[in-house]
Design a protein around this ligand. Structure first.
Ligand code: NDP
Length: 323
């Protein structure tokens, strides 16, 4: 039919998304929950699709309940712990995310962050800029990739891409997930503490949400030991941040590289004063080329569905709908 489809773009403004829809669509925007509540009931009742612009926009039962005609939530990013996909499924609402298009980019960042943490790139850069190199050579780094064994926490799309990079670097890999992966032949540890005891480096790349909340806790860090290095590119919620600060302060572990934090954009002041941590502002997928691909997939999921096709990348909880 020629009837236009009403869409809502929910979350921090993302003009590239707003401009991505043709004139078959009427695009409304709500940057915050307050904006959503201020839409007139007449508009809310017309909205059939939502594009969620980032993980700071909570798409919970409350916000979904405001949209009675909703058919599909197209969420930006592969992690969708900010979307209540279970409740959406109960209402027969499809949820899609943006897997695959960011996998290699995020794995690059994880690998870079590991090397940067071990070989102290940030401190060494400051050393050059300060002019100290004129007086003496930079001290040898205690950390090195050469003598390490890495335990990857999560062996999905990104975990496997990280493992391939470690293979190329001749670094031994083992992993922890709930179920052994059919895609890899690395040693599987059903128990995270057992794995932490067996390695000296943890790279965390599991989804956020209740099942992984604070799974890297004081006990795991203690098991990792004084040579231990933690790299977290998953979600801040996966690591007990207070326990991590304590472990870094007391020498329970050696160092950490972090792209994600418990209460972003807030980072504990104690971490900011430490020399043995590298802190990134959640930039895992944040390059122009990869963000363009993610935006396009958010758009393409909505366009596919509303042109009568199956959604391209539905999440696991989503009801299987054929057209
Ligand atoms: P996948 O779904 O492909 O892989 C997830 C992996 O985590 C699987 O191996 C799964 O195995 C494991 N896992 C899930 N739950 C648990 C659990 N409770 N305990 C142990 N292992 C678990 O996801 P991707 O690799 O595509 O992405 C992973 C996550 O990375 C995203 O959900 C997102 O949060 C984060 N991310 C961060 C980015 C950043 O900017 N820093 C960018 C992109 C992603 P099993 O089910 O067998 O346990």
């Amino acid at each position: 039919s020629s009837e236009k489809i009403d869409l809502l773009i929910y979350g921090p403004a993302r003009p590239i998304l707003e401009n991505g829809f043709s004139d078959h669509f009427v695009v409304h925007t709500a940057e915050t929950r307050g904006d959503l509540e201020r839409l007139t009931p007449a508009i809310r009742e017309k909205i059939r699709g939502v594009a969620v612009t980032d993980h700071t926009a909570r798409v919970d039962k409350d916000s979904l309940s405001q949209l009675p005609k909703l058919e599909l939530v197209s969420s930006f990013g592969v992690g969708y712990d900010h979307v209540d996909a279970k409740y959406a499924a109960e209402r027969n609402i499809i949820v899609t995310n943006t897997p695959d298009v960011l996998t290699e980019e995020v794995a690059d960042v994880a690998m870079g962050l590991l090397i940067c943490t071990l070989r102290e790139f940030i401190k060494a850069d400051r050393y050059v800029r300060s002019g100290l190199w004129q007086t003496q050579n930079y001290p040898l780094s205690v950390g090195s990739l050469r003598d390490r064994k890495v335990g990857i926490v999560g062996m999905g799309r990104i975990g496997q891409a990280i493992a391939r990079r470690l293979d190329a670097s001749l670094v031994p890999v083992v992993y922890h997930t709930r179920n052994p992966s059919k895609d890899v032949s690395y040693k599987h540890y059903p128990d995270l503490i057992e794995m932490a005891k067996a390695v000296d480096t943890l790279m965390v790349i599991v989804p956020g949400g209740a099942s992984t909340n604070k799974m890297v806790n004081a006990e795991v860090l203690k098991a990792l030991g004084p040579r231990g290095v933690l790299v977290n590119v998953a979600r801040g919620s996966v690591v007990d941040e207070a326990a991590l600060v304590q472990a870094l302060k007391s020498g329970t572990i050696l160092a950490a590289g972090l792209d994600v934090f418990a209460a972003e954009p807030n980072v504990p002041d104690e971490l900011k004063t430490m020399q043995n941590v590298v802190l990134l502002p959640h930039i895992g997928s944040a390059s122009v080329v990869t963000r363009n691909a993610m935006n396009q997939l958010v758009i393409d999921n909505l366009k596919a569905w509303f042109s009568g096709k199956a959604p391209l990348t539905p999440v696991a909880e989503t009801p299987v709908k054929s057209r």
